[in-house]
Design a protein around this ligand. Structure first.
Ligand SMILES: [Zn+2]
Ligand SMILES: [Zn+2]
Length: 199
């Protein structure tokens, strides 16, 4: 399975996924247990039959991934770093309390690279104009959003859908942590079992 292509990974056998749907969650030191528990609960609420593991050690992002001129981390580099070190056959979501960018954008809230089944949520800017509760709510939305990309979803133009692209924290606040009906149907067609939750 490790060397198979993305298309092969999504091959279905009578609507049963044949690849490992375990999600491994990793974090940097400043992401506390409560945030992780909230994200795990959110994912367990959304998906039936998904296994979630939380890596026990904190991940330290190597210094070479910091752009010292911008004082921001290279988002893709961070994703490839965690993938190289922690990815096996499962999905990886790394919650990193740093600021990051991709070339051409001032910053990103997260990045998902489906070919390596690895996503990173960068929480630094999610703290803007937020108390702790709001911060957690934003982190869980971005975790679901990036996982949606890993599972093959693109951005959605439904303003309430978690797959809507957010350019600002206000736009993160406006959307829900749930997939809209259209995105839910796409995931169901891929073989994922989702719980019916009303907003
Ligand atoms: Zn996105
Ligand atoms: Zn949607």
């Amino acid at each position: 399975m490790m060397n198979s292509t993305l298309t092969e990974n999504f091959k279905q056998n009578s609507k049963t996924l044949i690849f490992d749907t375990t999600i491994l969650i990793l974090r940097t030191r400043n992401i506390d247990d409560n945030i992780i528990a909230n994200c795990v609960d959110t994912l367990r609420n959304l998906f039936i039959d998904i296994r979630i593991d939380v890596h026990k050690d904190f991940v330290e992002i190597p210094e070479y991934l910091l752009d010292t001129y911008r004082m921001q981390y290279q988002a893709e580099g961070v994703a490839y770093f965690v993938s190289r070190n922690f990815h096996d056959d499962h999905f990886v979501i790394f919650i990193a309390d740093v600021d990051a960018y991709v070339p051409g954008l001032n910053f990103v809230f997260g990045i998902a690279i489906p070919s390596i089944r690895t996503a990173v949520v960068f929480t630094y800017r999610l703290k803007l104009f937020a108390d702790y509760e709001r911060f957690i709510s934003r982190v869980r939305k971005e975790v679901v959003h990036e996982l949606g990309h890993l599972l093959g979803l693109k951005h959605c133009n439904n303003p309430a859908c978690v797959m809507r692209f957010s350019n600002t924290v206000l736009e993160v606040d406006e959307k829900n942590y749930l997939f809209c009906d259209k995105c839910t149907t796409k995931l169901t067609n891929m073989g994922f079992k989702l719980r019916k939750i009303s907003p």
